[in-house]
Design a protein around this ligand. Sequence first.
Ligand code: DQA
Length: 146
Amino acid sequence: MRKILLLNGPNLNMLGTREKAIYGQDTLQQIEHEVQAFGSSLGYQIDCFQSNHEGELIDQIHQAQDMYCGIVFNPAAYTHTSIALHDAIKAIHIPVLEVHLSNVHTREAFRQISYTAPACEGQIVGLGKQGYLLGVQALHNILREG
Ligand code: DQA
């Protein structure tokens, strides 16, 4: 079965209790299960990894190249700071889709800059957990076309 990596960055392990008005009620585990069910309906195994550490996310991106056909990635706050994650995404040859639960473009000015998006196939923002499902769907479409 073809595999997609669902990768989540810092503080997303706190979903369900963290700023619910912005990020919703669901825990990361609930979201991961929904994405796995959706992925499986399209014929993909979805493996999930979350880390609060930039280096661990970089390692996962490097390793993903040999194991996955694409990555759905919410880099969380590292979106707005990390040239290293930008470079890691550029270094691999599988498509990466950036997802944000909230609409970062309507929030603080510092969230309106993404270092990672220019390295990605595209960016999905502001649609809550649906964004992750759309990310999987978009990867599926990109892989079918390619
Ligand atoms: C986020 C948006 C980021 O600005 C923030 O740092 C997060 C979550 C989102 O999913 O909306 O941790 O990536």
